[in-house]
Ligand binder design. Sequence first.
Ligand code: MN
Length: 320
Amino acid sequence: MSDLDLRPSLRECGGRAGVPGQPVRELLNAREASLGATVVRRLLPNLGRRMVGAWCFVDHYGPDDIADEPGMQVPPHPHTGLQTVSWLHAGEVLHRDSVGSVQVLRPRQLGLMTSGRAIAHSEQSAVPHPRLLHGAQLWVALPDAHRNTAPAFEHHVDLPVVTGPGLTATVVLGGLDGAVSPGTTYSPLVGADLALAEGADVRLPVEPDFEYAVLTMSGATEVDGVRLDPGSMLYLGSGRTELPLRALSDSGLLLIGGEPFEEEIVMWWNFIGRSHEEIESARKDWMESTRFGAVTGYEGARLPAPELPPVALKPRGRVR
Ligand code: MN
């Protein structure tokens, strides 16, 4: 997935300032963004909050009926300094990248792409494709020690599950209650899919050192007493050992969390760096060099980078 804004904003995020040391309940509303033919609900970065642990970007899309539509059509575009996590509840996405991966992603399979220093990828609904498309894409910022690692793509179909009465939690990335995803991680974090049956009333064990947020993909759930419907995310702060969840209907939630990301980063378009100069040179390399490699098999033009805004980017804290 790509930030397709023609004039993307600069985001300076990271650092411990602004991370509450105690539980909070902060409702974050989505902003609608257009991703080619698809409209997505962008939950991170948000006006009031830019990161949750190392998670720095969250888009939720669908469920959309794309029977007579092209569906997702994101041309080849670059990434640096991050991992992308693709997670579907319905539909199929064909992923191609510049390390040679060609993979159809299906519901409840993890597509994990580590950009490291440079990667390019495209994401498309195949032809033909299922009627419904419903999913999320998330980005994880790589810590400085690993952000120039070699680009890689992983596809995991067998993910660990934690169960409780009316709860099936699939550990997408990182660890939850002792269950650990096979996806490669570079900082302590968790991403988990929580399927709750109507009436389920559970307390999910969580890490007091992690900050957390939950978003609803379908249904309605009370998360620590706050009703969450699709289109919003509840930021929960840290200092919890368990998280109360009460399903008002059959629901699908995503839990993200992690140790507060100490490093200050600069995010612009599809790049994460540490300085304005670094972002500038990534942009130039995408437009003028072969640094990102080629996505073979994609029919059509790749995505040109937008113009950089004239002001210099400086990394800073995580709350506006
Ligand atoms: Mn992307």
